[in-house]
Design a protein. Structure first.
Length: 120
């Protein structure tokens, strides 16, 4: 099973990822590499669906609806990213990737995966 490691571009996350991988675990690092150091992470390759922009507020509402969360989204801090539309040019060049799952279905699958993983 792959272990997701959130914040893997930072000092602690980088060393934890190396340790886990060194111990034979498969690790998927998730982080905002736009602020990370490229020499640590290699090439930055965005993944997602670039067929339409997604407002971060709309994405938060979708995640809360899918998870059954009882929270209300709040406005982001000044300067926060308010939309998501990744540039998949490099990913397509390297792999031929094309989005195949709608956003809501992808969120549902992700939530289900985390729930199964957390139950182990």
């Amino acid at each position: 099973m792959t272990a997701p490691l959130l914040g893997g571009a930072g000092f602690i996350g980088l060393h934890l990822a190396r340790r886990l991988a060194g111990d034979g675990h498969e690790v998927c690092v998730v982080d905002d590499f736009s602020r990370g150091r490229n020499d640590r992470a290699g090439r930055v390759v965005h993944i997602g669906d670039d067929t339409a922009e997604t407002g971060i507020g709309d994405l938060a509402k979708l995640v809360l609806r899918v998870t059954g969360g009882g929270l209300e989204p709040v406005p982001g801090a000044p300067g926060s990213v308010d939309r998501r539309c990744p540039d998949l040019t490099l990913l397509r060049a390297l792999t031929g990737y094309r989005p195949a799952v709608e956003l809501e279905e992808g969120v549902r699958r992700t939530v289900e995966w985390y729930r199964r993983w957390a139950a182990l």
